[in-house]
Write a protein that binds this ligand. Structure first.
Ligand code: FES
Length: 104
């Protein structure tokens, strides 16, 4: 399975994604260092903000209250905003496109 990652310049790249990782870990492991993920996945920094392909919205983990509150602090929030550390990458998500948010 793979994840398609769009960076802040609009360039996109498909990367192989292993089992048991979060979307944040897949992005980080692929070398996209513009995504800071400062808290390491503890849902406390919001620097792993991405926009998720709406076609996959029904297949990803639901948003928690903490995540929702953190995203409220982001000027680039939209209906497809998520914290990528809160999404487990499962085989069902093969081919999902995520776009790195502009403001983190
Ligand atoms: Fe900090 Fe996701 S890595 S909230």
């Amino acid at each position: 399975p793979s994840l398609v990652i769009v960076d802040r310049s609009g360039a996109e790249r498909a990367v192989a994604a292993g089992p048991g990782l979060t979307v944040m870990e897949v992005i980080r492991d692929a070398g996209f260092d513009e995504m800071l993920a400062l808290c390491g996945g503890c849902c406390s920094c919001a620097t792993c903000h991405v926009h998720v392909d709406p076609a996959f919205a029904g297949l990803i983990d639901a948003m928690g209250a903490d995540e929702n509150d953190l995203l409220d602090g982001s000027a680039d929030r939209d209906a497809n905003s998520r914290l990528s550390c809160q999404i487990r990458f499962t085989p069902q998500l093969d081919g999902m496109r995520v776009t790195l948010a502009q403001d983190d």
